[in-house]
Design a protein around this ligand. Structure first.
Ligand SMILES: O=P(O)(O)O[C@H]1O[C@H](CO)[C@@H](O)[C@H]1O
Ligand SMILES: [Mn+2]
Ligand SMILES: [Mn+2]
Length: 392
């Protein structure tokens, strides 16, 4: 088969498709993001994903299994020991994270907080694991009175810093986060990501803005993105992808406001003439609905995604390959507010295909990187097995 000129990867952030075999080790036995949302919605209306074969992977209420799926379809299991966004995306690009990132279930050590206060000249509020919407409700008023910053974490390896845009201008919050990023690069206080969380509004009525900014770490190994960039191929990062890789291996970064904007930008990029990959993350599923434990909102966002899909599908030519997948689960019906250890769906489509078929269970997300490397004839990642030859 002729290689594809462009491969487009869409990560539906947190759209898992049922507990992974090792889910019990993560306290996630019984989780199923898509399955439980379909139940709560009393059937999901996703005719475009249906045609591609979504319910052929695992039957989902409201979505029919189709006799002639247009896409190749299957599931991937996560090999790495984490279930956070960075781990999932880095694995998709060929890495295997075998040492878990540090998490801070009791908040950050006093020593780190003192250093942060000294370096920023601002006091720290909260310093606990917290939901990002609850934390601004609870600490926002005090923050507005004192100018102290709201620092919180979660079950993920993250330090999040929230501030009202009229109390601390976004640019200053970004500087504060850069300071926090520098302080948390050492093994002693290592944090996967520092996240700026600006918000607006009045007490009791705060909302977060799209000026969120993530400060990640540079991937610990050589990703297929880096390999592509060094081979003079294009790597177009859309949404928070560039942040997740700290810009490593990215040749062009396009920011987005939300899922809708992400799909708009994706359709634009698909129509362009280039040689390489585009890589989009749709974070709303996770941030607005998964962590908020809102299965109906989540279901509606999935249906909206499905309605927008034809714009991307229609833009594809026989030179394009589209891969739709996820980075972990976040079952909105599950106890707690954290990610869930799940299989992720794998949908692989090109107008070049006459028919789709089932792909065998993938043992690592890195099979996507291996497939990309195989297609562009560049060095294979250290992990992953290409499924390119199966696409016929
Ligand atoms: O509750 P909010 O602030 O949305 O935080 C969520 O967003 C973080 C980064 O994705 C996750 O670790 C989770 O804690
Ligand atoms: Mn994620
Ligand atoms: Mn998340």
């Amino acid at each position: 088969m002729q290689p594809f000129k462009k491969i487009h990867v869409i990560v539906m952030d947190s759209v898992g498709i049922g507990e992974a075999p090792d889910a019990d080790k993560f306290g996630d036995a019984g989780s199923n993001t898509l399955g439980h949302i379909a139940e709560k919605m009393n059937g999901l209306n996703m005719p475009n994903m249906e045609k591609l074969g979504l319910s052929n992977i695992r039957e989902l209420k409201g979505i029919n299994k189709t006799e002639e799926p247009a896409a190749f379809y299957g599931m991937m299991q996560e090999a790495s020991v984490g279930k956070d966004t960075m781990t999932g995306h880095w694995e998709i690009m060929g890495l295997n994270i075998d040492t878990p990132f540090k998490v801070y279930p009791e908040g950050f050590p006093e020593e780190l907080i003192s250093k942060l206060e000294a370096a920023t000249g601002r006091k720290v509020l909260c310093n606990l694991p917290y939901s990002g919407t609850a934390v601004i409700d609870d600490y926002g008023p005090e923050h507005m009175e004192t100018g102290a910053i709201i620092v919180y974490t979660s079950a993920d390896p993250v330090m999040q810093i929230a501030a009202h845009e009229e109390i601390i201008p976004v640019e200053e919050l970004y500087k504060i986060c850069e300071i926090a990023r520098k302080l948390t690069l050492d093994a002693e206080f290592l944090v996967g990501r520092v996240i700026a969380r600006p918000f607006v509004g009045q007490p009791g009525n705060f909302t977060r803005t799209s000026n969120r900014h993530d400060y990640a770490l540079t991937p610990f190994g050589r990703t297929t993105m880096a390999e592509m960039k060094d081979s003079n191929l294009d790597v177009i990062a859309i949404g928070k992808i560039s942040d997740i890789f700290n810009g490593d291996g990215v040749t062009e970064a396009i920011r987005t406001k939300d899922n809708t904007d992400g799909m708009d930008k994706m359709a634009e990029v698909v129509r362009r003439d280039f040689h390489g990959i585009s890589f989009l993350n749709l974070v709303d599923f996770d941030a607005n609905f998964g962590h908020r434990r809102d299965p109906i909102g989540y279901g509606q966002a999935l249906e909206e995604f499905d309605r927008r899909l034809p714009e991307v599908l229609d833009a594809l030519s026989a030179d394009d390959l589209l891969i739709i997948t996820a980075d972990h689960g976040n079952d909105p019906t599950f106890p707690g507010t954290d990610h869930t250890r799940e299989y992720v769906p794998l949908i692989v489509y090109s107008p070049r295909f006459t028919a789709g078929a089932e792909l065998e269970l993938r043992e690592t997300f890195a099979d996507i990187a291996a497939t990309i490397a195989d297609n562009f004839n560049i060095a294979a990642p250290q992990f992953g097995k290409s499924f390119l030859a199966e696409l016929k």
